[in-house]
Design a protein around this ligand. Structure first.
Ligand code: PLP
Length: 374
């Protein structure tokens, strides 16, 4: 008997594709925008592309997309108000690498520093501190998820002789709380610490934070030294990626030479994804600043609708100001599994990302109501 391997491969892929499509219909717990179509970019998957090295230096390898990457960085450097003549960044593998990069810059500038972040911070922050061997100070968070500024001041004050690195959460993972960078500066002033570096972990909510009023201080002009966002969250990319933005004068102090590749080795990884910048470039061309603002407003309006409607159930739904994340008491396990709800410490959430519809929310809330009656 002969086995047709080709068709077996194909069947396995087709089966998995069908399963993924089915799961995508009930994915409301993780913060990924789904309102995209990148067919125009697909032909670029026919080549082995690589944006190795610094995005601002063309490497010897010509199968790359650095001109697109630079446009993407410029767009977000504008959005995050980095000075025209003092900005730098690159397209990362995701928000975690952006945090690692920001904290790497900070440690190179201040080898003696401690890093402070709140208990509500993403696990990538603690991991980066461990990789970089920076001593950590974990600071209490308020019930909303926002850092406790008095606790920060006390923690920093205990080591007032040492520089401080602070990672500000611009949208915590569980409640999308935003730490206020101006208040963080104030807490450091009060603690008597002058040498400082602030990195904004804006993986989830950096774009809405830049678009929506009232403005919560978080960007370069507000006093952050670097900012990272994820590309596969609010922007909407079909593969994990992200962007980190900083001042060029900051990163210049830590550049290394890439030896044989023909461009400076300024990024964390060597070879870098060159298709990812094309997705993000397509997104900025499609949406522009107005489109991003509209999507942010639609997302928080939808979250508002969800809180309102869930408020009539037994789940005590709430959200932080301008958050897309709706938090509620963890429902029955069947619901958690069926809707892929991120769950922690008795609380679960859904995230009303662009691409989510009222119909899908209604289906979820109906299911929740049925379960609570059962
Ligand atoms: C998602 C997220 C990260 C990590 O980003 P990845 O792109 O998954 O690496 C870091 N911080 C926050 C607040 C996040 O929401």
């Amino acid at each position: 008997m002969t086995v047709n391997t080709d068709s077996m491969y194909e069947k396995q892929l087709q089966d998995h594709l069908r399963a993924i499509h089915q799961y995508s219909l009930s994915s409301i717990g993780f913060p990924t925008a789904t309102d995209f179509n990148y067919e125009a970019v697909y032909p670029f998957f026919g080549y082995m592309l690589n944006n190795i090295g610094d995005p601002y230096e063309d490497a010897l390898y010509k199968l790359q997309t650095k001109e697109f990457e630079r446009e993407v960085i410029d767009f977000f450097a504008d959005m995050f108000r980095a000075p025209q003549d003092d900005r730098w960044g690159y397209v990362t593998s995701g928000g975690s690498e952006g945090n690692l990069y920001g904290m790497y810059l900070a440690r190179e500038l201040y080898p003696e520093a401690r890093v402070y972040f709140s208990a509500a911070s993403h696990y990538s922050v603690d991991k980066a501190a461990s990789v970089l061997r920076i001593p950590t100070g974990v600071v209490a968070a308020q019930p909303s998820g926002e850092i406790d500024y008095d606790a920060l001041c006390r923690a920093v004050g205990q080591h007032a002789g040492r520089p401080a690195i602070v990672v500000a959460n611009i949208g915590t993972t569980m409640t999308e709380a935003k730490d206020d960078v101006a208040r963080i500066h104030h807490a450091l002033d009060k603690a008597g610490v002058g040498s400082r570096y602030i990195h904004s972990d804006a993986a989830l909510a950096g774009i809405p934070a830049a678009m929506l009023l009232p403005h919560v201080p978080f960007d370069i002009q507000d006093g952050a030294d670097s900012i990272s966002i994820s590309g596969h969250k609010f922007i909407g990319s079909p593969m994990p990626c992200g962007i980190v933005v900083t001042r060029d004068s900051v990163r210049k102090k830590v550049a290394r030479s890439g030896m044989y590749v023909g461009s400076a080795d300024t990024t964390i990884t060597g070879s870098r994804n060159a298709q990812a910048p094309l997705f993000m470039w397509s997104a900025i061309k499609r949406w522009g600043v107005e489109g991003f603002a509209r999507r942010a407003k639609d997302a928080v309006d939808l979250a508002d609708y969800a809180v309102d409607k869930m408020g009539r159930t037994d789940y005590d739904a709430w959200r932080n100001p301008n958050a897309m994340t709706v938090v509620f008491k963890t429902p029955a396990q069947r619901i958690v599994d069926a809707w892929q709800l991120a769950t922690y410490d008795g609380w679960s959430h859904i995230v009303c990302m662009p691409g989510m519809t009222r119909q899908r929310l209604d289906a979820f809330i109906n299911d929740l109501q049925r379960a609570s009656l059962a």
